[in-house]
Design a protein around this ligand. Structure first.
Ligand SMILES: [Zn+2]
Ligand SMILES: [Zn+2]
Length: 289
């Protein structure tokens, strides 16, 4: 079963309409497609959905879901949001999203706040990340320390189902140009955050978004982190982090190879709603993806 719960469209920073994304996912062999537009924040950004668009987004995705449910074979379309964790401002479990009856929530850290610097995203364009590095005092450790501190706080805040791109702080660090991803202290910070996932009902994605954008040649998270997640019995799912129709079905081989290398035999997918109207995670073999 091919499923993807990380999909952007024109309501945020995606390049195509929800309808076009659904059509492309179906053509690429998916039987479940979750939309996860960047949820509104209390201030405007170039990639988050404006607050006054949320109602239209919910209605459009539910409408698409109803349409595709009647097709043969049906495509199970789910309504989700990718919600930022931002200290003092937003947590993915915030009750303001309760009224929309979301099928799931992705919790992600994109922003970091360095001392004396304005709010920045770690997955920003390369030139902006170079500026962030300058403001860190040319010490990349300040960036990942802040990032993993926030990931730990996100996990502890809870209220979401899928942890987005565990080590997205690597996005601009191809070839280790800003920090050493193999250093014991970097790995210790990542592992400390990972340890907080033990026993929680949170799924981690193997996310090929940076591969889709040509930024990295490997998925998130890196193999040492994924091995630790396997040891902690944290379930995984495959994620395209699709921002354009051509992103569906790409780099699945890399995701499968990484999952197997870390010791996973299966991933989890969200079942169709049961009698109570609730969805539950179900494991499928990697061969079936
Ligand atoms: Zn994200
Ligand atoms: Zn995303």
């Amino acid at each position: 079963m091919r499923a993807n719960y990380h999909t952007h469209c024109l309501y945020c920073d995606g390049a195509a309409s929800a309808a076009d994304m659904a059509r492309a996912a179906r053509a690429a062999g998916y039987s479940a497609l979750g939309f996860s537009s960047h949820a509104p924040l209390p201030f405007p950004t170039e990639w988050n959905m404006p607050s006054d668009r949320l109602g239209a987004y919910v209605a459009e995705i539910r409408g698409l879901a109803a349409r595709y449910a009647n097709e043969d074979p049906p495509l199970d379309i789910l309504l989700g949001l990718e919600i930022d964790w931002l200290e003092g401002t937003r947590t993915p479990g915030d009750a303001i999203f309760d009224q929309h009856g979301l099928d799931y929530r992705i919790g992600s850290v994109h922003f970091v706040r360095l001392p004396g610097a304005e709010l920045c995203t770690v997955d920003c364009p390369a030139a902006e990340f170079a500026g962030l590095f300058e403001r860190s005092g040319r010490d990349g450790r300040a960036i990942w320390r802040e990032y993993y501190r926030d990931v730990a706080a996100l996990i502890e805040s809870g209220g979401f189902d899928i942890l987005g791109h565990f080590d997205v702080v690597r996005k601009n660090n191809a070839d280790g140009r800003y920090f050493d991803e193999d250093s014991p202290e970097y790995l210790a910070a990542a592992m400390e955050a990972a340890s907080l996932l033990r026993g929680r009902d949170i799924v981690v994605e193997i996310n090929v978004g940076a591969m889709n954008r040509g930024a990295l040649d490997s998925p998130y998270p890196s193999l040492p982190i994924l091995r630790e997640l396997r040891r902690l019995d944290v379930p995984i799912t495959f994620s395209a982090d699709a921002h354009a129709p051509e992103h569906f079905g790409r780099h699945l081989d890399a995701a499968r190879v990484l999952a197997r290398e870390a010791g996973y035999a299966g991933i989890v997918v969200l079942d169709r709603p049961g009698p109570g109207g609730t969805r539950a995670w179900r494991e499928v073999g990697i061969d079936e993806t």
